[in-house]
Design a protein around this ligand. Sequence first.
Ligand SMILES: Nc1ncnc2c1ncn2[C@@H]1O[C@H](COP(=O)(O)OP(=O)(O)O)[C@@H](O)[C@H]1O
Ligand SMILES: [Mg+2]
Length: 241
Amino acid sequence: MIEICNLTRKFGSFEAVSNLSLTVLPGELFCFLGPNGAGKTTTIKILTGLLRPTSGTTRICGLDMQIDPIAVKKLIGYIPDMPFLYERLTATEFFQFTADLYEVPQNKVPLLCDESFRLFGLLDCRNVLIKELSHGMRQRLIYASTFLHNPQVLFIDEPLVGLDPYSIRLIKDLLMEKARAGMTIFLTTHILAVAEDIADRIGIISKGKLIAMGTLKELLALNNECKNLEDIFLHLTENDN
Ligand SMILES: Nc1ncnc2c1ncn2[C@@H]1O[C@H](COP(=O)(O)OP(=O)(O)O)[C@@H](O)[C@H]1O
Ligand SMILES: [Mg+2]
């Protein structure tokens, strides 16, 4: 579903992503881990068409982002690490705006909005301006809007930063449910316990290079002195800091 092949991205002479290759299968929940500055966000920005690679290719559902950007963007959802919201729209207006962007038929939007706002606990904020929403409520609105066009592949950069335990549980359960229903999910997180809980497979990137890839079981088997993902992560990236 996601194919990254020999991907390199330079900023000047600095290589933020170095010859990265990996694939993510349909319905897989893939966690991309790495220390700050390892190249996770750069990789996601290339996969979602916000940055061009210096070299290498990325494909989503077999389509090359450089060749078919619009077709790819229709298939994906993307939640960036610092999402941008229009502060002077209400929650409902933002949802409607997103529906228009993805060409969701007008007559379907009110029902979708109701269902989705109920699921995300947003019914009381329907007519509240975004600038007045708490961080958690904004995040919930972003999730509601991202699932609106039912993306086949979802990219999420640091989905849990600043959320309360209820919201974290809501998002974790939702992501696992979506993956079980066939959605392919590529996410980054620093919360290793979450990756341990929900990931089908884990990749670790360090200084732009992929240094580990596999299921938790496989990673534990390869690093037999480590007893959990935190040990593995700290062991493999210890020269970074
Ligand atoms: N637009 C940019 N210009 C120059 N350097 C950048 C730019 N974006 C990212 N970098 C650098 O590339 C490296 C990887 O960044 P990033 O992908 O954001 O890391 P991560 O998301 O893993 O923390 C960092 O050293 C960062 O400073
Ligand atoms: Mg980042």
